[in-house]
Write a protein that binds this ligand. Structure first.
Ligand code: 13P
Ligand code: SF4
Length: 361
């Protein structure tokens, strides 16, 4: 990266000292990660956001929903800054609050809302987190989805794999994380899962399908992880003897079924770090992280799962020029790109986020 910009970022951070706290998601560019005080997956960053209550400025190098969550979880005196406001998430955009409210009304009309609890992936707007809090549900991330689902099913009478369970989870907005966790970790079947399509009347489901379902999965997906294919896993297994395939649970169910290991970004890093030297890996997650892992662990052979999948374009919006601009503006006393969640929405969303933070483990 541009040495002039590196120097400016260093100088601005030094001038701000303890007044600024920079968080970086594992999918961020190297040039940005270099200036992060903490790095992590979505869960770790949500927990760590409140770790520096003394810092008036939190610069969030990640995407919009993460910065919103950080604003909700930190004090009113702290400002959360997203260096580029165009850093959104296409998955989070697949569930609009009006669509979710409409879905809930239809679950009420079908007589199933009373036995349904929402579990919402972190990758969602604050308004949908607030909806989740209003209806007694919890937020989850890819590192605690199983615990969150266990908790949620307990609230509605248990998973009941012997056929005794009747309660349901409305899982928003990533159908793949919901399906993968329910089937692989809770023991539910694919037939227990139905997909609610917000663009079709009644979600495209009959009243009978809704009655029988245990997991109502929102029709959302990650535009990056959704592209990893069965073909790429099979090719890797053919071409690289002894290869271990590790993927993120936002990948499609067929892909996850073929993998050796599945986990959040933090778990992917820990698994690779703990493996013996000389292990061959193909990794199905965002490219910035895979490239960094390959550099950090040269004693392992680390390759990207699918050649024609690219970076997450919105994560990549945060680059060194935007970070320098945000930091230098703070030095000049200007807070650019603050993320402020409406206080009523924030209070309801906070109850769902606090529920997640209180989950065991
Ligand atoms: P984690 O950080 O929870 O692994 O999530 C990955 C992701 O897609 C974030 O946008
Ligand atoms: Fe959203 Fe997927 Fe990008 Fe994560 S990797 S920010 S889920 S589009």
């Amino acid at each position: 990266s541009d040495p002039g910009l590196v120097e400016r970022a260093r100088a601005a951070k030094a001038a701000l000292g303890d007044r600024v706290f920079v968080l970086g998601h594992h999918y961020q560019r190297d040039e940005v990660i270099e200036f992060a005080d903490v790095t992590g997956d979505s869960f770790k960053l949500a927990r760590d956001a409140a770790a520096r209550p003394d810092a008036p400025y939190i610069v969030f190098c990640g995407v919009h929903f993460m910065a919103e969550s950080a604003d909700i979880l930190t004090s009113d005196e702290q400002s959360v800054i997203l260096p580029d406001l165009a850093a959104g998430c296409s998955m989070a955009d697949m569930a609009a609050i009006a669509q979710v409210e409409d879905c809930w009304e239809q679950l009420e009309a079908a007589g199933v809302a009373g036995s349904t609890i929402p579990v919402t992936y972190m990758n969602s707007s604050a308004a949908i987190k607030a909806f989740t809090g209003r209806h007694g549900g919890t937020i989850c991330t890819s590192s605690n989805a199983r615990t969150a689902l266990d908790w949620a099913f307990e609230q509605v009478g248990g998973v009941g794999l012997d056929g005794t369970g009747t309660g349901k989870v409305l899982f928003l907005p990533d159908q793949h994380l919901g399906r993968n966790t329910a089937v692989r970790e809770l023991g539910l079947s694919l037939d227990d899962c139905v997909v609610w399509d917000p663009h079709r009347p009644n979600g495209g489901l009959t009243p009978e399908q809704l009655q029988a379902a245990r997991m109502i999965l929102w029709r959302g997906h990650c535009s990056v992880h959704g592209r990893f294919s069965v073909d790429a896993v099979e090719t890797a297994r053919r071409e690289i003897p002894g290869v271990k395939v590790i993927v993120h649970p936002e990948c499609r169910h067929e892909v996850v079924e073929l993998a050796d290991e599945v986990g959040s970004t933090e778990k992917i890093i820990q698994t690779i770090a703990a493996a013996p030297a000389g292990t061959s890996w193909v990794v199905g997650t965002e490219l910035n992280l895979v490239q960094r892992l390959a550099r950090q662990f040269p004693e392992q052979r680390i390759a990207f799962l699918e050649k024609n999948v690219c970076y997450c374009s919105t994560m990549n919006r945060i680059d060194l020029p935007h970070l320098v601009w945000a930091l230098e503006s703070l030095v000049e006393g200007r807070v650019v790109n603050p993320i402020r969640v409406d206080p009523t929405v924030a209070a309801e969303a906070r109850s769902a986020l606090d529920r997640m933070l209180a989950l065991p483990g």
